[in-house]
Ligand binder design. Structure first.
Ligand code: FAS
Ligand code: PHB
Length: 390
């Protein structure tokens, strides 16, 4: 088989890229190693920044998002017995965020591909990406037990942190920057109405906690736990007791209900440069990972897909490769901004097991500053609601 663009990975980056290429009549094939059910139910991100919502609308993939997504105009910070709400529109010129789970974004994109016939092959595991320095790269994969080969004009690695595409960038060319955090998140889904209208990020001597949601009936919560934590050691009662202690909701009880899912997520920052080598492009988690404290992971994947699609369309329509040649630098400027913001939110709000009382006072001083300074507040709001696409 031959196609113009071979897309490795059927997560948000790969599925949106394929949708944008389809709209521009550029043929592509998506190869996804998992089955559709697995990809559609995999619990991940929950917050879409303004640019992501705009991009999904332009891709014709936002009908359900606009009908069911929860529009949020701010977030609440809690620390040292204090609470402060950050308003987005007034600080960002009208930008907001939407709470709409990544699982739903993926379902919406897959439904569009099934309706329009874009070849998205599930249970198709890519084994190797070769010839990226030639004009005809080759992707070798297995599909339902059969060894197969796909040649293409361009190959895009959208295969996440554990994917293979990144390894097609020669060792001597590839630069990796990485930081592993000394704590993880226990992510919890519970059949109980959220106890708050907007997200609450809590700094506590007991550890970080985040109250998010999936719908008016379903809460999504996170709490900082030691690396290597076994979720089986966290009963529903222990989860709710610990969350209540960390949120310290003055007088307000945290609504409790059955926990329907719980999993431990290690926190990591990672960037692979360059995001392009020859005919190979990297997008999304295949190129960069952020700790989810800043809610940037999914949004960066969308941004990469939009920038790359724009470049491939320009190449198709004009023969110009200037946007393709600038792809890596264009994306990395936004990636590193998001990396810093995610690092800032993580290190300001989490209690490192070994941190001193001095470190804790610095965190409290930083949070006090955000509450006291419209400039510090605006910097957080602009980063959280998301900067305009490049
Ligand atoms: P993805 O990892 O979503 O998709 C990559 C796809 O490639 C997968 O479907 C995989 O099966 C496929 N693949 C891998 N190797 C392949 C191969 N060899 N052949 C074919 N296919 C292959 N972000 C937030 O903003 N908030 C959160 O709360 C949050 N929680 C997260 C929890 C977890 C457990 C993880 C891992 C990530 C979380 N993230 C969160 C980040 C997450 O949302 C990612 O940023 C987002 O999924 C990135 O999308 P993609 O780049 O498409 O990568
Ligand atoms: C989520 O709802 O899953 C979520 C929201 C905000 C974050 C991380 C996760 O920072």
């Amino acid at each position: 088989m031959h196609t113009t663009v071979a897309v490795v990975g059927g997560g948000p980056a790969g599925l949106l890229l394929a949708r944008l290429l389809r709209l521009a009549d550029i043929d592509c094939v998506v190869l996804e190693r998992r089955d559709r059910a697995y990809v559609e139910q995999r619990q991940r991100a929950g917050v879409l920044e303004q640019s992501t919502v705009d991009a999904l609308r332009e891709a014709g993939a936002a009908e359900r998002l606009d009908a069911e997504g929860l529009v949020h105009s701010g977030v609440e910070l809690r620390w040292d017995g204090r609470s402060h709400r950050i308003d987005f529109p007034s600080l960002t010129g009208g930008r907001r965020v939407w709470v709409y789970a990544q699982t739903e974004v993926v379902k919406d994109l897959i439904a569009l591909h099934r309706a329009t016939g874009t070849p998205v092959h599930f249970e198709a595991e890519v084994r190797a990406v070769e010839g990226v320095d030639t004009e005809r790269p080759t992707v070798r994969y297995t599909h339902r037990g059969q060894e197969r080969t796909l040649t293409c004009d361009y190959v895009v690695g959208c295969d996440g942190y554990h994917g293979v595409a990144r390894t097609a960038v020669p060792q001597g060319v590839r630069r990796t920057y990485e930081r592993v955090y000394p704590y993880s998140w226990l992510g919890v889904t519970a059949e109980v109405p959220p106890s708050c209208d907007e997200l609450v990020y809590a700094h506590s001597p007991r550890g970080f906690a985040l109250h998010s949601m999936r719908s008016p009936e379903v809460s999504r919560l996170y709490l900082q736990v030691p690396n290597g934590t076994d979720p089986a050691h966290w009963s529903d009662e222990r989860i709710w007791d610990e969350l209540e202690a960390r949120f310290a909701l003055d007088g307000r009880q945290l609504g409790r209900g059955p926990v329907t899912a719980k999993a431990v997520l290690p926190l990591r920052s990672s960037v692979t440069e360059p995001m392009r080598h020859g005919r190979l492009f990297l997008a999304g988690d295949a190129a960069h990972i952020v700790p989810p404290t800043g809610a940037k992971g999914l949004n960066l994947a969308v941004s990469d897909a939009v920038v790359l699609a724009r470049a491939l369309v320009r190449r198709r329509h004009t023969g110009e490769t200037d946007l393709l040649d600038a792809y890596s630098d264009t994306c990395l400027r936004r990636v590193w901004r998001a990396e810093h913001f995610s690092y800032f939110m993580t290190t300001t709000l989490h209690t490192d097991p070994g941190q001193s009382r001095f470190d804790t006072r610095l965190q409290i001083a930083q949070l006090d500053r955000i509450a006291a300074s419209p400039h510090a507040e605006a910097e957080l709001a602009l980063n959280y609601a998301g900067l305009p696409l490049p």
